[in-house]
Design a protein around this ligand. Sequence first.
Ligand SMILES: Nc1ncnc2c1ncn2[C@@H]1O[C@H](COP(=O)(O)OP(=O)(O)OP(=O)(O)O)[C@@H](O)[C@H]1O
Length: 253
Amino acid sequence: MRLITTNKLTVQHGRQTALHSVDFHIDSKEIVTVVGPNGSGKSTLMRTLVGAIDDYAGSIERKARLSIGYVPQKLDIDRNLPLTVERFLRLPHRYSRAEIDASLAQVNGADLRDKQMIALSGGQFRRALLARAILGRPELLILDEPTTGLDQSGSANFYKLIEEVRHAMGCAVLMVSHELHVVMAASDRVICLNGHVCCHGTPEVVANAPQYQALFGTGSMGALALYRHEHDHSHDHPHIHGAECDAKCDGTS
Ligand SMILES: Nc1ncnc2c1ncn2[C@@H]1O[C@H](COP(=O)(O)OP(=O)(O)OP(=O)(O)O)[C@@H](O)[C@H]1O
């Protein structure tokens, strides 16, 4: 089932065009990753999809009553404000203790409930954000750079956790990441953005696309293959998606 479709989505920040004529969709239970260089409009796309930016041209269609859990790229917690993880998870909705415990357990964070938000490590903080995003049992989880601040093994573990959450909750996952080889291997589809959609398709198709290689070089393909080989046992790729690349696009915005 289609959850969100955009048609010629265009977003300006002042005179800067952050997104230009972006056609995008995500279906239920898919893992879709958006990659692109700094400033290529990835966060703008996420923020527009969740409704945080409502000044755009083109159209966005959302499934009726679509519930979205969103983890923003950055979240500053006031260091002067005492805020436990439990209280953080209760903002802005009042969830029960049982719901909060279940959500924390889902992200392997049962021990975090009474800790202060500002005392969490990078990985614990990311798990608390994820726990909050899944509290409403969303059909679509949107994660903007979910492993910011984590080291390589912390990131790999976090992506594994995201796959587990997706599996347990049956939600679709849309994420932005810089960690090309790790995240692409775990995705059903990859969208390479540079203000516009440069190319899109399965991870292998995107990694081989000249538009992608013009932006990121060819180095990540070996890492992608390596990761696939090493982790074949733990990934489930039931979908076969068509290979689609925009041959007209030259990889610049
Ligand atoms: N609130 C804003 N006001 C003005 N310009 C903005 C604003 N937000 C983003 N931009 C500009 O829009 C463009 C796209 O920014 P965006 O944050 O969406 O990119 P990104 O791909 O997420 O970047 P990064 O990988 O660095 O996080 C950039 O040129 C950025 O400077």
